[in-house]
Ligand binder design. Structure first.
Ligand code: ADP
Length: 490
């Protein structure tokens, strides 16, 4: 069996990263083609990973099936101990993993370090949840019998992840699946397979048994994922990615009535009311916009600022965003790294050009940097006009679109005028005002006077076309469980 691996040139880790597919107890790549992995900071090829087809995908289902019974029967305490060992093992490699994430995704090291801690936290949180999968017991209203409800593992899960958080999006799915007693197959994004490979090798060494987590990379995700979703042994799909692909997968999952969790696109509004603390709003705006270079589904996409504060907000935002150091992610001085690829740059350019054509003013940046790699500078465009595409499409880059508003009702109407509903941000000194506003915004998550919502202990997810189901918290665990109702007379 051919075995391939990769070592970061400037940062050798505790082991060479396997670049094959993990099926059962072995990394393998017999006869498979290879997929190049590109370094977005230079545009050059870093290495390649094995390209699996339908045959390997179904072998991964076989491996998950072979491990399913014994994993479901493993005592919750034992599962919890393995999960907590995974948390410690990932944290022990935080620095090395952060370098790897920076290298293959382009993000700044500081963002990558944060991602590793966030990714590891899902194992710690779900280690604590694994022993608290409580059922329910109550008397039926007629008094004839008891209603007993027990939560059982749903079965084999297919986990499909995007490139923007290659460690955290994988662990946010793997950890609750394992806590619930499910086995799984991870399909990472083509752009960032190495982080997932490294994380899987770490958790394997930390004690996750063979076949419990399998990994398939493919250059042809459509047919490969379709084959997995049409295998009757598979019972769960958890997907994070674009709304377009989410719709395709919902249709695929329908054939076998597979339970789905869908974390799809966002288009977060960031509302600054006239009683907001402007300096705090700027700090929050920087976090909500610039975390991960804007490549986050929770990223603030539209800044609606009360007309009284609009000009001061734009001036301060330009000052702070203009001071951000752009460069290769692995350079410690970098605060904003590269975008993932040329397609991403093309999309940002298109959205900015459309906004300008419709009357917006570029106050900062606004032009792709002429250097190798995929770099777009932190940019601010003000007075963005209704109908501009940037207001309805995630820019997924470091561009802040600012729009003035007159009153509360108008701000809420603008915030809700989208098919998406993932995150929203509200700045106001008055909670009496902000809390009812939070209730009126159509989205799954609202941050009040904060620029960050993500937390392993909180239910992450969207409404409308931003998705179905929740990840993180106890809700995230129940996504991998079936409620079994037993009517008992005694
Ligand atoms: P993005 O636009 O952020 O790259 P995508 O939705 O295209 O997001 O990709 C997210 C994940 O979905 C990746 O792992 C990708 O390989 C996978 N994917 C893309 N198309 C399909 C498909 N037709 N079926 C299954 N997975 C897919």
């Amino acid at each position: 069996m051919t075995v391939h691996s990769f070592t970061l040139p400037d940062r050798p880790g505790p082991f060479a990263i396997p670049t094959d597919n993990l099926i059962g107890d072995a990394w393998q790549s017999n006869g498979m083609g290879r997929i190049d992995v590109i370094d977005p900071s230079s545009g050059s090829v870093l290495t390649s990973v094995a390209d699996a087809g339908v045959e390997e995908a179904l072998a991964a289902v076989d491996a998950a099936e072979a491990a399913a019974k014994s994993w479901a029967a493993t005592a919750p305490r034992k599962r919890a101990e393995i999960l907590v060992a995974c948390f410690h093992a990932i944290m022990a490699e935080q620095e090395w993993l952060a370098h790897l994430i920076s290298r293959e995704s382009g993000k700044a090291l500081s963002d990558a370090r944060g991602e590793v801690a966030y990714a590891a936290e899902f194992f710690r949180w779900y280690a604590e949840e694994a022993v608290r999968i409580n059922g329910e017991l109550n008397m039926s209203p007629s008094g004839a019998n008891r209603i007993m409800v027990q939560y059982q593992p749903i079965g084999i899960a297919l986990l499909i992840t995007p490139w923007n958080f290659p460690a955290a999006m994988a662990t946010r799915k793997i950890a609750p699946a394992l806590a619930a007693g499910c086995t799984c197959i991870l399909k990472p994004a083509e752009e960032t397979p190495l982080t997932a490979q490294a994380v899987l090798e770490i958790i394997r060494q930390a004690g996750v048994p063979a076949g419990v987590v399998n990994l398939i990379n493919t250059s042809d995700p459509g047919p490969v994922c379709r084959a997995i979703l049409h295998d009757p042994r598979v019972r769960k799909l958890s997907f994070t990615g674009s709304t377009e692909v989410g719709r395709i997968l919902l249709r695929e999952a329908a054939d076998q009535v597979i339970k789905t969790s869908m974390e799809l696109g966002g288009n977060a509004p960031f509302l600054v009311f006239d009683d907001a603390d402007l300096d705090e709003a700027i700090e929050g705006a920087l976090l909500a916009k610039m975390r991960n270079g804007g490549e986050a589904c929770t990223a603030a996409n539209r800044f609606y600022v009360h007309r009284r504060l609009h000009n001061a907000f734009v001036a301060k935002l330009c000052e702070r965003m203009g001071a951000i150091a752009v460069g290769p992610g692995a350079d410690p001085a970098t605060q904003c790294g590269a975008m993932i690829n040329q397609a991403s740059i093309d999309k940002i350019e298109r959205l900015v050009a459309d906004a300008v054509k419709r009357g917006a003013e570029v106050k900062l940046g606004g032009k792709t940097l002429a250097q190798p790699g995929y770099f777009y500078p932190p940019s601010v465009i003000a007075n963005v006009q209704p109908g501009s595409e940037i207001l309805s499409t995630e820019v997924f880059g470091p561009v802040a679109a600012v729009i003035p508003f007159e009153d509360e009702d108008q701000a809420i109407e603008l915030a809700n005028a989208t098919e998406h509903g993932l995150a929203a941000y509200v700045y106001s000194r008055s909670l009496e005002r902000a809390l009812p506003i939070a209730e009126r915004i159509d989205c799954g998550m609202v941050a009040i006077n904060r620029g960050l919502v993500s937390d392993a202990a909180a239910p992450f997810g969207g409404v409308k076309q931003s998705g179905l189901g929740r990840e993180g918290s106890h809700h995230g665990l129940l996504e991998y469980c079936e409620a079994k109702y037993i009517a008992v007379s005694w």
